[in-house]
Each structure stands twice: as structure tokens, then as C-alpha cells.
Design a protein around this ligand. Sequence first.
Ligand SMILES: NC(=O)c1ccc[n+]([C@@H]2O[C@H](COP(=O)([O-])OP(=O)(O)OC[C@H]3O[C@@H](n4cnc5c(N)ncnc54)[C@H](O)[C@@H]3O)[C@@H](O)[C@H]2O)c1
Length: 304
Amino acid sequence: MERILITGALGQLGQEFIKFFNKNNTYVLATDIRSPLKVLSCDFEIADAMDEKRIDYLIKKNNINVVYHLVAVLSANGEKNPFMAWEINMKSFQNIINLSINNGIKKIFWPSSIAVFGTKSNLSFVKQDCILNPNTIYGISKLAGERLIDYYNNKFDLDIRSLRYPGIISFDTKPGGGTTDYIIEMIQSLKNEKEYTCFLNKNTKLPMLYIDDAINGTIKYMSINKINLRVKDAYNITGFSITPFELEKKLNELGCSAKVIYNSDFRQDIADTWPKEIDDSTARKDWGWKFDYGIDKTLKVVFK
Ligand SMILES: NC(=O)c1ccc[n+]([C@@H]2O[C@H](COP(=O)([O-])OP(=O)(O)OC[C@H]3O[C@@H](n4cnc5c(N)ncnc54)[C@H](O)[C@@H]3O)[C@@H](O)[C@H]2O)c1
């Protein structure tokens, strides 16, 4: 039986993983540095992922045998304080790996991101194996994490797995300071007939994934026999790619008439080094990855 520790559990993804595991009667200990605003459907403890002793205590006390390590400072927030972002993203991951080795935990999930790509990655369609030259501290930390996965898996016979998530779209949980957050903000503003100022240029195409696809895909990937996984660090996966202007038009078609103003900020520089389309054929072939939600189905969730 899996007994799962989730770190950074109150974030956009963590809360959705909790819901999934709860439905499937899997034990979860959720941890975060802040308190939940509403009662969770699982055990919860305040714990800083930088505090090795505290996490060690919780792993032992709750007989944890799988970790979903979701703590990260995301792309846009990372650029505001790169030293802090590197410290949190790398040290917390190293802590989890070290504690896993010491407590006999083999299986760890650690999400990577499309931020690992860069201007040399052929951004119009990034392949699984291509040059990776990230330009943000977030992307650099994700690339370093991917290398650590391969290194530690070999050295300590661990089973750390990772997916390069594109921008995740969810409506129940809020995004945590990334470059793709505009998509959720624009949908919610226009639905409420509120003017929206978009921080990206209208023609900035970025890959996105609806939350249910992200969660279900991750669970499927985590369940696959290791010998079938040819990629030893992180798989490309994606849903659909869209520009802010294309999204605005879709929302207009759904009857939203509030104005969108395009006023790009520092996040445009980040988006300019990220892929427009992702080649996820290796994930499809190796473990049957596929998405279910295109843009129209995603919008149907909100405009029922
Ligand atoms: N959301 C996306 O679009 C996206 C895309 C690609 C990759 N990812 C990756 O998925 C993972 C989860 O992302 P998310 O969107 O849920 O992030 P988020 O910012 O919404 O949540 C992160 C959580 O970590 C907590 N946290 C921060 N520092 C902590 C610490 N020291 N100890 C314990 N908790 C701490 C925060 O309080 C927050 O609840 C991250 O690794 C992120 O890089 C997310």
C-alpha cells in the first residue's frame, strides 16, 4: 500500500493530487509552509521542506513510502529573487532525495517544466532530446534537477520520475506565480465581465494542459513498470498551444465582451524563451500518454 507524502501540497497541483488520492483511498500526508484555508480531506502538517529534521520525523511517524515533492518557486516569482529560488528549488529536492535514501523510500515524483528549454531548443516544436539552454533561474533549477534524477537513480537505485509540465490550467486552485498564469486570469476576468490586462503580447503562443490531464497523466506515468520508461529523467507532455489573442477570440465566441488590454511586462522575456509547441510522442509511445482536454473542452468546464 502506498503512503504518500506531498510537499508544497497547498499549491495549484498539490490540492488536486490530494483530491485524486482521497478518491482512491490512498493515504496522504500533505505538508506546506502555510496553513490550509479550508479543511483538507487528508492529514496535514506544517513543514518547511528545507527543514530536513522535521521532514524526517514526519516520514518516520507516518510510514511514508512515496514522495510527491511539489515545492518550488515558479518562473515569474523566481526572477524576482533568483538566489532564493535556487536555494529553495535545489536544497529542498536534495533534502527529499537524501531522506528517501535514509528511510528506504524508492519512489519520488518531482515535476520538471517546459522552462528547461531555451532559445537553442527549436522553440517552434521542441523534441524530447534537444539542446536545453534555459534562461531563467527556475528553468536552470529544473534542468539541474533533471540531471540529479538520472544521477541519483543510478547511484542509489532510486526511482525518481519527472514530467516537463506545460502551463497548468485549473479553476479550483490558483496558480503560484508562473508565466502561463495569464490564461486562468483572462478566462476568469472575462467570464466575470471584467476588463483584463494581459502581461504577455497577444501573439505569444505557449503550451498548456488542463489539470485533470496533468493529474491523471502523472498517476498513469507513476504506475508504469520502470523497464518500459526509456527516458531516464523527464518526459515531454502537452495538451494544446494557444496565444492570448486566440484565447480572447474563443472567449468572445462564448459571449464574453469585456476588453483585453495587452501590456507586456518582464514575463514576456521569459515566454520568449519557452516553446510554442511540444513533441510528446516519446511519452505517447513509452507509457501511453494522451490528453483529453483541448481548449474547447477546457472552457466548457467554466462555461457550463
Ligand atoms: N503550475 C504550473 O503551471 C506548473 C508548470 C510546470 C511545472 N510545475 C511544477 O509543479 C510543482 C507544483 O507547482 P504548483 O503550481 O503547484 O506550485 P505553487 O506555487 O502553486 O505551490 C507551491 C507550494 O509550495 C509551498 N512552499 C513553498 N516553499 C516551501 C517550503 N520551503 N516548504 C514547504 N512548502 C513550501 C507553497 O506554500 C505552495 O503552496 C512545482 O515543482 C512546479 O515547478 C508547475
